[in-house]
Design a protein around this ligand. Structure first.
Ligand code: F6R
Length: 240
């Protein structure tokens, strides 16, 4: 992977936003892979200026993951987060931006449906990724198969604690999610893995330099030929 160390998260956001804007200029119907959580926020913020005046009506997008059983209208469902942080501020067509369907009634085929939708769009051109303190990408927790496709997973307690800040309490964080698999993520044409802060240093070192192992799912990026890792000094601090 190419590793770029930047002074601040805002610099990382600018760098990735420039890449996305260039991609959309080349290919107005680009397919973006969208992460949620705190890490991609500077990317989405920087995209506002870069896409103002650009025709984004054909841009398509697929979120990495969604909580299972959450009300889609809940302020922290990833559908709502993507609408609030990406679709509305950037003026994208909501019909072209999809999130895995976490509704219980249809959960049995939701993974397959999502895979089919990604394939029908021609695959993901540029995938934005954060990384969990457990080393997860998407919500592929340790032990996830490198061949996995979109499916339901159980969130580990560490991840529920990490995400408790978005809810009233850790008990309100859903137990299950539906996430693109590691195999799904590896099919994207260009991966951007971002991380900021010392809390991510261990996961970044494992993902970039550690053994390729399902114990640290982010290490799957070493199997991909086009990966750009964008980190601040703190997140880079355990790289050799
Ligand atoms: C979010 C996702 C997760 C997060 C990771 C880091 O869609 O799939 O892998 O990227 O948990 O979360 P933050 O960025 O909040 O530290």
């Amino acid at each position: 992977a190419e590793v770029v160390i930047v002074p601040t998260a805002a610099d990382a956001g600018a760098l990735v936003a420039d890449e996305i804007a260039a991609l959309i200029a080349r290919r107005p119907d680009a397919v973006l892979g969208l992460a949620t959580g705190s890490t991609p926020e500077p990317v989405y913020a920087a995209l506002r200026s870069r896409l103002s005046g650009v025709d984004v009506s054909q841009v398509r997008g697929f979120a990495l993951d969604e909580y299972v059983g959450i009300d889609p209208q809940h302020p922290e469902s990833y559908r709502t987060v993507i609408t609030r942080q990406v679709v509305e501020p950037l003026g994208l067509d909501p019909a072209r931006i999809q999130t895995p369907n976490g509704a219980l009634e249809t959960i049995e085929h939701a993974g397959e449906d999502y895979e089919r939708a990604i394939a029908a769009a021609g695959g993901i051109d540029l995938q934005i990724l954060g990384i969990g303190t457990s080393g997860h990408i998407g919500f592929n927790e340790p032990g996830s198969s490198f061949a996995s496709r979109t499916r339901v997973k159980t969130l580990i307690q560490q991840t529920r604690q990490d995400n408790a800040r978005f809810f009233d309490s850790v008990d309100d964080v859903p137990m299950h999610c539906i996430t693109q698999g590691l195999g799904t993520i590896l099919d994207a044409r260009h991966l951007f893995l971002l991380a900021f802060g010392a809390g991510k240093a261990h996961a970044i070192a494992g993902a970039v330099e550690g053994p390729v192992t399902s114990s640290l799912p982010g290490s799957a990026i070493q199997l991909h030929e086009h990966v750009t890792v964008v980190v601040d000094e703190e997140a880079a601090s355990e790289l050799t």
